[in-house]
Design a protein around this ligand. Structure first.
Ligand code: FAD
Ligand code: EPU
Length: 334
């Protein structure tokens, strides 16, 4: 295990926040984990740093995941089970799948970050969530010094949620994920913007590849590229409210968008709430709210994590005052 001291994390987080890690190491092979376990420092696992807000220098040991490899675990006429090491880039996996004609994750093209983070918040986009293809998740359990494999059901997936954000938070290092992909996919084009983009592209015969490229076009048109403007995607989750609450809001705001979750529950786009509070396109120094997507907070240069946190607090306060809805942050805060 090669330990480095006082390493700047600026290149390792998509917000581009410049704070240092007291200690930093890379994991290139699974055997490294046993040695790291013995280190007494507090351990922070870093994938692509695309769902992180760094608000202060990081005390302890930052472990940068570089576990690589994709293998076919098994296959039959209908499906292929891919065993993917957690340090693989998620989008590379999507390209690998669509280039082989395997369906299931094409709607999740261009989501930044690593495979190992995909189960943590059950990444989702354009009508699909990772939980629909995750077969199992294998992790190193620091305390027990052992590997465990959880089935899809044991991961307790929900909207941007899983057991890894609750009972197993900070307790495990996810080492690999098995995805069950389909050789005879049924495509999901339920998301309006996706249907429109496929039509614009002149796609008449659906394929996993065509859907992935349509999703990439949509994402490129509204989400800022972290290489140009620092950001971590959606800063907040979309809130779920009761139908009764929704009906009260509808009486006041007749254009409020909504997505039914169940008979009783309704999801409201947080971007709409934030935009209605006047934040869209806000900029103060290097801090801002993206002009094309109000759910994305941005760093135009040298913003500090704690100032982005303060901005997010101001947004929570105004949305609560206007709509009586409390926004919950999606990003992980260190
Ligand atoms: P990191 O940011 O490095 O880590 C996130 C958390 O997971 C941290 O707490 C970290 O400690 C923990 N962690 C990471 N790897 C492991 C591991 N191997 N074992 C245990 N814990 C680990 N998300 C979506 O769901 N849908 C989207 O459409 C989407 N779009 C985005 C667009 C942009 C432009 C950006 C910047 C982000 C977007 N995101 C989206 C958020 C982000 O890409 C995902 O949450 C992604 O899964 C984070 O992966 P990461 O490797 O960068 O995780
Ligand atoms: N909207 C606004 N103002 C805006 C942007 C959007 O009012 O500035 C409203 C519109 O009504 C629009 C609706 O919000 O129809 C939904 O917008 P969009 O399709 O852009 O999706 P989102 O709800 O803002 C979610 C995910 C994204 C994911 C997209 C596509 C969350 C927290 N975010 O965003 O995930 O890519 O849907 O499926 O669920 C992420 O998690 O980091 C992320 C980017």
């Amino acid at each position: 295990m090669r330990l480095q001291h006082n390493v700047s994390l600026k290149p390792y987080n998509t917000f581009g926040i410049d704070v240092s890690a007291e200690l930093f190491t890379e994991v290139n092979q699974i055997n490294d984990l046993a040695a790291i376990t013995e280190s007494p420092q507090h351990k922070h696992i870093l994938g692509g740093g695309s769902n992180l807000l760094l608000t202060q220098p990081v005390n302890g040991l930052v472990i940068h995941n570089q576990l690589k490899g994709i293998t076919i675990e098994k296959e039959d006429d209908e499906s292929v089970w891919l065993n993917v090491q957690s340090g693989e880039l998620w989008h590379d996996l999507v390209l690998h799948a669509v280039n082989n004609g395997w369906g299931g994750i094409e709607n999740l093209a261009l989501i930044p970050g690593t495979v190992g983070a995909s189960p943590i918040q059950n990444i989702g986009a354009y009508g699909v969530e990772a939980k629909e293809t995750i077969d199992s998740v294998t992790f190193w359990y620091w305390k027990e010094k052992t590997f465990l494999t959880y089935s899809n059901r044991e991961c307790a997936f929900g909207y941007r949620d899983s057991i890894f954000k609750h009972q197993l938070k900070d307790k495990v290092f996810i080492t690999s994920v098995v995805y069950k992909l389909s050789k005879k996919p049924e495509y999901n084009t339920s998301y309006g913007a996706l249907k429109e983009e496929l039509a614009n592209m002149g796609v008449f015969e659906l394929s996993a590849k065509a859907i992935a490229y349509a999703v990439m076009n949509i994402r490129n048109s509204k989400l800022p590229d972290p290489k140009e403007i620092g950001n971590a995607g959606s800063f907040f989750k979309n809130p779920t409210i009761t139908r009764k609450q929704y009906e009260m809001l509808l009486a006041k705001y007749e254009s409020i968008p909504m997505y039914p979750v169940s008979n009783e529950l309704i999801k409201i786009p947080a971007a709409w709430l934030i935009e209605r509070c006047g934040w869209k396109g806000f900029r103060k120094g290097d801090l801002g709210v993206h002009a094309k997507q109000a759910l994305v907070l941005v760093n135009y240069g040298n913003a500090k994590g704690k100032d982005l946190w303060k901005l997010s607090d101001d947004i929570v306060t105004t949305v609560k005052a206007e709509f009586n809805i409390v926004l919950e942050r999606e990003v992980q805060v260190w």
